[in-house]
Design a protein. Structure first.
Length: 270
């Protein structure tokens, strides 16, 4: 005899509650380990190991099963990916320990800002010179041997298509020789529908998290595609080539910017 719909809902809520309690403990553990890792270059390797293990464990606690296809870059490269969920950061963090960018105000948040600073996040000030500041931060990261990540769509989408990539995010590498590494984040999608855990519209973070935690499991494939040579390409060519590669890997249409998901327009970076 099949369980009634109400029984499934109760199971989902209990599953989410249990997972949430474990995640809160995991967050506390991350703070403690970071505090004990030491400062400067001496603690950098410890923090790298902490980040990788922390992201990996977070995905497990969220019921996310990940398949990595292709080879993550070992050398400095600009990593670009389609953007579906806040989970994208954890997925890429577990797969290749990249460098993340963030709005400057995040660095002033209690606890979160401290963690971001300790884990080498680069901050960007908002304003008229934001594009120049972004390019400088990306170039500084590449010169330091990092693999900075940007989400060139500038916002999350439902996962059933890939929006236009903003060329300005590629200005830091155009003509430099640093490769662009496209990554296709392929969340499971019911036939003809979007991704069930997509973070779009007016949905709040807590509501989206609760929806994710109720699910028995969520499957995601990360496709590390062929790197793009930036030596003889301008920023528009790099943007279009990256998007085309990701669209083809996902097997979804390239879609124009549409109104339902505009609410999550951001700075195009984690």
């Amino acid at each position: 005899m099949r369980p009634m719909i109400g029984e499934w809902d109760m199971r989902g809520h209990l599953r989410a509650l249990g997972r949430l309690m474990r995640i809160l403990g995991h967050l506390l553990k991350g703070v403690v380990l970071t505090a004990l890792s030491g400062g400067g270059d001496a603690g950098a390797e410890k923090r790298r190991c902490i980040r990788h293990a922390w992201y990996d464990r977070l995905l497990t606690l969220c019921g996310v099963h990940v398949q990595v296809l292709g080879n993550p870059p070992e050398q400095p490269a600009l990593v670009v990916a389609n953007h579906v969920s806040w989970l994208d950061v954890a997925l890429l963090g577990a797969a290749l320990d990249p460098a993340f960018l963030s709005k400057a105000e995040v660095g002033r948040w209690p606890v979160i800002g401290w963690l971001a600073r300790r884990h080498e996040t680069r901050f960007i000030e908002r304003g008229g010179h934001q594009s120049a500041a972004l390019a400088e931060a990306l170039q500084a990261g590449l010169a330091a041997g990092e693999r900075p990540v940007v989400f060139p769509e500038g916002t999350t989408s439902h996962g059933g298509g890939v929006r236009r990539f903003y060329p300005r995010l590629f200005a830091a590498v155009a003509g430099t020789g640093y490769p662009v590494q496209p990554v296709a984040l392929d969340y499971e999608r019911p036939a003809g529908e979007g991704t069930p855990v997509a973070f779009i519209g007016n949905q709040g973070l807590l509501a989206n998290l609760w929806r994710l935690l109720q699910r028995p499991q969520t499957r995601v494939s990360l496709h590390f595609l062929a790197p793009l040579d930036s030596t003889r390409r301008d920023r528009r060519e790099l943007a279009e080539a990256s998007r085309t590669a990701i669209v083809q890997a996902l097997g979804v249409p390239a879609e124009p910017l549409s109104s339902p998901d505009r609410a999550r327009r951001g700075a195009g970076k984690a």
